[in-house]
Ligand binder design. Sequence first.
Ligand SMILES: CC(C)(COP(=O)(O)OP(=O)(O)OC[C@H]1O[C@@H](n2cnc3c(N)ncnc32)[C@H](O)[C@@H]1OP(=O)(O)O)[C@@H](O)C(=O)NCCC(=O)NCCS
Length: 186
Amino acid sequence: MVDLRHKPVVEGEKVILRPFEEKDIPYIMECLEDPEVLKLTGSTSELDKEATLKWYRTRNDQTDRLDLAIVDKAQNHLVGEAVVNLYDEEANSMNFRILIGPKGRDRGLGTEATRLIVDYIFDNTDLDQLTLSVYAFNPRARKVYEKIGFVFESIDENDLEYEGEGIDSINMVLKREDWRNKKEHR
Ligand SMILES: CC(C)(COP(=O)(O)OP(=O)(O)OC[C@H]1O[C@@H](n2cnc3c(N)ncnc32)[C@H](O)[C@@H]1OP(=O)(O)O)[C@@H](O)C(=O)NCCC(=O)NCCS
Protein backbone atom coordinates (compact mmCIF):
# COMPACT_ATOMS: atom_id res chain seq x y z
CA MET A 1 0.00 0.00 0.00
CA VAL A 2 1.21 3.51 -0.79
CA ASP A 3 0.73 6.22 1.82
CA LEU A 4 -0.91 9.15 0.05
CA ARG A 5 -2.59 10.78 3.04
CA HIS A 6 -0.62 13.97 2.55
CA LYS A 7 -2.29 16.20 -0.03
CA PRO A 8 0.32 18.54 -1.49
CA VAL A 9 0.17 21.91 -3.19
CA VAL A 10 2.28 21.71 -6.35
CA GLU A 11 2.84 24.85 -8.37
CA GLY A 12 3.78 25.03 -12.04
CA GLU A 13 3.93 27.92 -14.51
CA LYS A 14 0.30 27.69 -15.60
CA VAL A 15 -1.43 25.56 -12.98
CA ILE A 16 -1.48 24.82 -9.28
CA LEU A 17 -2.42 21.35 -8.11
CA ARG A 18 -3.92 21.47 -4.63
CA PRO A 19 -6.40 19.66 -2.34
CA PHE A 20 -10.09 20.26 -3.08
CA GLU A 21 -11.82 23.14 -1.29
CA GLU A 22 -15.52 23.87 -0.77
CA LYS A 23 -15.38 26.76 -3.26
CA ASP A 24 -14.39 24.30 -6.03
CA ILE A 25 -17.78 22.56 -6.03
CA PRO A 26 -19.57 24.63 -8.74
CA TYR A 27 -16.47 24.52 -10.95
CA ILE A 28 -16.00 20.77 -10.69
CA MET A 29 -19.73 20.26 -11.38
CA GLU A 30 -19.34 22.33 -14.55
CA CYS A 31 -16.44 20.11 -15.65
CA LEU A 32 -18.29 16.87 -14.90
CA GLU A 33 -21.41 17.99 -16.79
CA ASP A 34 -19.49 19.08 -19.90
CA PRO A 35 -20.54 16.94 -22.91
CA GLU A 36 -16.95 16.53 -24.13
CA VAL A 37 -15.79 15.35 -20.70
CA LEU A 38 -18.74 12.95 -20.51
CA LYS A 39 -17.94 11.50 -23.92
CA LEU A 40 -14.16 11.22 -23.51
CA THR A 41 -14.32 9.71 -20.02
CA GLY A 42 -16.97 7.19 -21.10
CA SER A 43 -19.55 8.43 -18.58
CA THR A 44 -22.98 7.06 -19.25
CA SER A 45 -25.07 7.68 -16.14
CA GLU A 46 -26.62 10.98 -15.01
CA LEU A 47 -24.58 12.92 -12.45
CA ASP A 48 -25.91 12.25 -8.94
CA LYS A 49 -25.38 15.67 -7.33
CA GLU A 50 -25.58 14.50 -3.71
CA ALA A 51 -23.13 11.67 -4.29
CA THR A 52 -20.79 13.98 -6.19
CA LEU A 53 -20.83 16.55 -3.37
CA LYS A 54 -20.01 13.85 -0.85
CA TRP A 55 -17.26 12.53 -3.11
CA TYR A 56 -15.41 15.86 -3.37
CA ARG A 57 -15.89 16.65 0.33
CA THR A 58 -14.13 13.40 1.25
CA ARG A 59 -11.20 13.35 -1.20
CA ASN A 60 -8.76 14.89 1.28
CA ASP A 61 -9.46 12.12 3.82
CA GLN A 62 -8.32 9.34 1.48
CA THR A 63 -5.00 7.73 2.42
CA ASP A 64 -4.55 5.32 -0.49
CA ARG A 65 -5.07 7.66 -3.42
CA LEU A 66 -4.36 11.25 -4.47
CA ASP A 67 -7.09 13.50 -5.89
CA LEU A 68 -6.02 17.05 -6.66
CA ALA A 69 -7.80 20.08 -8.08
CA ILE A 70 -6.21 21.65 -11.14
CA VAL A 71 -6.34 25.42 -10.71
CA ASP A 72 -5.69 27.64 -13.74
CA LYS A 73 -3.43 30.40 -12.42
CA ALA A 74 -4.75 32.84 -15.06
CA GLN A 75 -8.37 32.45 -13.87
CA ASN A 76 -7.64 31.53 -10.26
CA HIS A 77 -10.21 28.76 -10.09
CA LEU A 78 -10.53 25.03 -10.62
CA VAL A 79 -10.60 23.85 -14.23
CA GLY A 80 -10.22 20.11 -13.68
CA GLU A 81 -8.81 17.30 -11.59
CA ALA A 82 -5.87 14.92 -11.62
CA VAL A 83 -6.14 11.58 -9.84
CA VAL A 84 -3.79 8.73 -8.95
CA ASN A 85 -5.74 5.72 -7.65
CA LEU A 86 -6.18 1.92 -7.82
CA TYR A 87 -3.01 0.47 -6.30
CA ASP A 88 -1.92 -2.79 -7.94
CA GLU A 89 0.27 -4.67 -5.46
CA GLU A 90 1.65 -7.21 -7.92
CA ALA A 91 2.99 -4.57 -10.30
CA ASN A 92 3.63 -1.97 -7.56
CA SER A 93 1.67 0.36 -9.78
CA MET A 94 -1.15 2.89 -9.64
CA ASN A 95 -3.52 4.34 -12.19
CA PHE A 96 -3.60 7.95 -13.39
CA ARG A 97 -6.52 9.89 -14.80
CA ILE A 98 -7.23 13.52 -15.59
CA LEU A 99 -10.06 15.68 -16.80
CA ILE A 100 -10.20 19.33 -17.71
CA GLY A 101 -13.45 21.21 -18.34
CA PRO A 102 -14.27 23.63 -21.18
CA LYS A 103 -12.61 26.64 -19.47
CA GLY A 104 -9.22 24.98 -19.30
CA ARG A 105 -8.58 22.92 -22.38
CA ASP A 106 -6.04 23.37 -25.20
CA ARG A 107 -3.77 25.84 -23.41
CA GLY A 108 -1.14 23.45 -22.16
CA LEU A 109 -2.69 23.06 -18.70
CA GLY A 110 -3.34 19.33 -19.07
CA THR A 111 0.25 18.65 -20.12
CA GLU A 112 1.66 20.63 -17.20
CA ALA A 113 -0.78 19.14 -14.67
CA THR A 114 0.08 15.61 -15.82
CA ARG A 115 3.80 16.31 -15.57
CA LEU A 116 3.43 17.81 -12.07
CA ILE A 117 1.40 14.96 -10.56
CA VAL A 118 3.54 12.27 -12.22
CA ASP A 119 6.71 13.93 -10.89
CA TYR A 120 5.14 14.24 -7.44
CA ILE A 121 4.18 10.56 -7.36
CA PHE A 122 7.55 9.23 -8.50
CA ASP A 123 9.40 11.63 -6.19
CA ASN A 124 7.30 10.77 -3.14
CA THR A 125 6.51 7.04 -3.43
CA ASP A 126 8.44 3.92 -4.42
CA LEU A 127 5.94 2.93 -7.12
CA ASP A 128 7.53 1.19 -10.11
CA GLN A 129 5.09 2.53 -12.68
CA LEU A 130 1.89 4.41 -13.47
CA THR A 131 -0.73 3.17 -15.90
CA LEU A 132 -3.71 4.77 -17.63
CA SER A 133 -6.41 4.04 -20.16
CA VAL A 134 -7.53 6.29 -22.99
CA TYR A 135 -10.25 5.75 -25.58
CA ALA A 136 -9.12 5.49 -29.18
CA PHE A 137 -11.31 8.49 -30.12
CA ASN A 138 -9.27 10.80 -27.86
CA PRO A 139 -6.05 11.64 -29.78
CA ARG A 140 -5.52 14.85 -27.77
CA ALA A 141 -5.24 12.96 -24.48
CA ARG A 142 -2.98 10.35 -26.08
CA LYS A 143 -0.72 13.12 -27.32
CA VAL A 144 -0.45 14.59 -23.83
CA TYR A 145 0.36 11.21 -22.28
CA GLU A 146 2.99 10.44 -24.93
CA LYS A 147 4.63 13.83 -24.31
CA ILE A 148 5.01 12.90 -20.64
CA GLY A 149 6.50 9.51 -21.57
CA PHE A 150 3.61 7.04 -21.33
CA VAL A 151 3.87 4.30 -23.96
CA PHE A 152 1.39 1.85 -25.47
CA GLU A 153 0.99 -1.34 -23.47
CA SER A 154 -2.15 -3.12 -24.66
CA ILE A 155 -5.60 -2.60 -26.09
CA ASP A 156 -9.06 -3.56 -24.85
CA GLU A 157 -11.11 -3.84 -28.01
CA ASN A 158 -14.65 -2.46 -28.06
CA ASP A 159 -14.39 -1.44 -24.42
CA LEU A 160 -17.02 1.28 -24.79
CA GLU A 161 -20.15 1.47 -26.88
CA TYR A 162 -20.60 4.99 -28.21
CA GLU A 163 -23.43 5.87 -30.59
CA GLY A 164 -23.71 2.26 -31.68
CA GLU A 165 -19.98 1.83 -32.31
CA GLY A 166 -17.41 -0.14 -30.36
CA ILE A 167 -14.56 2.07 -29.13
CA ASP A 168 -11.20 0.55 -28.16
CA SER A 169 -9.50 1.45 -24.92
CA ILE A 170 -5.73 1.87 -25.08
CA ASN A 171 -3.71 0.99 -21.98
CA MET A 172 -0.49 2.96 -21.50
CA VAL A 173 2.30 2.69 -18.97
CA LEU A 174 5.07 4.94 -17.65
CA LYS A 175 7.84 3.03 -15.89
CA ARG A 176 9.93 4.80 -13.25
CA GLU A 177 13.12 4.33 -15.25
CA ASP A 178 11.59 5.85 -18.39
CA TRP A 179 10.23 8.75 -16.34
CA ARG A 180 13.73 9.35 -14.89
CA ASN A 181 15.36 9.28 -18.33
CA LYS A 182 12.73 11.62 -19.74
CA LYS A 183 13.15 14.02 -16.80
CA GLU A 184 16.91 14.21 -17.32
CA HIS A 185 16.37 15.39 -20.90
CA ARG A 186 13.83 18.13 -20.15
C1 LIG B 1 -7.02 15.42 -22.29
C2 LIG B 1 -6.78 16.72 -21.56
C3 LIG B 1 -6.40 16.44 -20.11
C4 LIG B 1 -5.60 17.45 -22.22
O1 LIG B 1 -5.38 18.66 -21.56
P1 LIG B 1 -5.28 20.03 -22.40
O2 LIG B 1 -4.89 21.09 -21.48
O3 LIG B 1 -6.53 20.21 -23.18
O4 LIG B 1 -4.10 19.66 -23.43
P2 LIG B 1 -2.77 20.50 -23.76
O5 LIG B 1 -3.17 21.83 -24.28
O6 LIG B 1 -1.87 20.45 -22.59
O7 LIG B 1 -2.11 19.58 -24.89
C5 LIG B 1 -2.87 19.05 -25.94
C6 LIG B 1 -1.89 18.49 -26.97
O8 LIG B 1 -2.64 17.67 -27.87
C7 LIG B 1 -2.52 18.20 -29.17
N1 LIG B 1 -3.81 17.96 -29.82
C8 LIG B 1 -4.97 18.64 -29.70
N2 LIG B 1 -5.92 18.08 -30.43
C9 LIG B 1 -5.36 16.99 -31.03
C10 LIG B 1 -5.85 15.99 -31.93
N3 LIG B 1 -7.11 15.99 -32.36
N4 LIG B 1 -4.98 15.03 -32.33
C11 LIG B 1 -3.69 15.00 -31.90
N5 LIG B 1 -3.17 15.94 -31.07
C12 LIG B 1 -4.01 16.91 -30.63
C13 LIG B 1 -2.18 19.66 -29.02
O9 LIG B 1 -1.53 20.18 -30.15
C14 LIG B 1 -1.25 19.58 -27.79
O10 LIG B 1 0.03 19.11 -28.14
P3 LIG B 1 1.28 20.13 -28.30
O11 LIG B 1 1.46 20.80 -26.97
O12 LIG B 1 2.42 19.24 -28.65
O13 LIG B 1 0.89 21.09 -29.37
C15 LIG B 1 -8.03 17.63 -21.60
O14 LIG B 1 -8.23 18.10 -22.90
C16 LIG B 1 -9.29 16.94 -21.11
O15 LIG B 1 -9.41 16.67 -19.93
N6 LIG B 1 -10.24 16.67 -22.01
C17 LIG B 1 -11.55 16.14 -21.67
C18 LIG B 1 -11.55 14.85 -20.86
C19 LIG B 1 -10.50 13.87 -21.29
O16 LIG B 1 -10.24 13.65 -22.45
N7 LIG B 1 -9.84 13.26 -20.29
C20 LIG B 1 -8.86 12.24 -20.52
C21 LIG B 1 -9.52 10.91 -20.57
S1 LIG B 1 -8.33 9.62 -20.90
